[in-house]
Design a protein around this ligand. Structure first.
Ligand SMILES: [Zn+2]
Length: 122
């Protein structure tokens, strides 16, 4: 292989890597947008539940069935949000602390929040 071939190979390797990084950024941006939207939905839902709970209180503690439906929706949204966060974590080379759920860098040995040992030292 002559020097030009080697150079060409290096350049295409670099381009492939840059493309990969670029698509990671696009992917994580997409997930972030989805995540923010879902978190807003969840907030709205909590507000609605609060209102309904208050109405129930006003109504001598009578809770109608809609409230249970709301709770199910909250469960679904929390699952979806967790799944999105996990997806994002995979892309960004981060790990979630199993103890406190704080997000740490993959190279961190200990959790920066609670000090939990995330992996064995090199
Ligand atoms: Zn932790």
């Amino acid at each position: 292989m002559d020097i030009f071939d080697q150079l060409k190979e290096k350049i295409s390797e670099g381009a492939a890597m840059a493309a990969k990084k670029g698509s990671e950024v696009i992917e994580s941006t997409k997930i972030n947008i989805e995540l923010v939207a879902k978190e807003q939905d969840l907030k709205k839902l909590y507000t609605q539940i609060g209102k309904m709970a208050y109405q129930a209180y006003k109504n001598d503690g009578q809770v109608d069935f809609e409230l249970n439906e709301m709770f199910n929706k909250v469960d679904d949204l929390i699952d979806e949000i967790d799944a999105l966060k996990a997806k994002l974590g995979k892309i960004k080379n981060v790990v979630k602390c199993p103890n406190c759920e704080n997000i740490s860098q993959k190279e961190d040995v200990y959790c920066s929040k609670c000090g939990y040992k995330l992996r064995d030292e090199d």
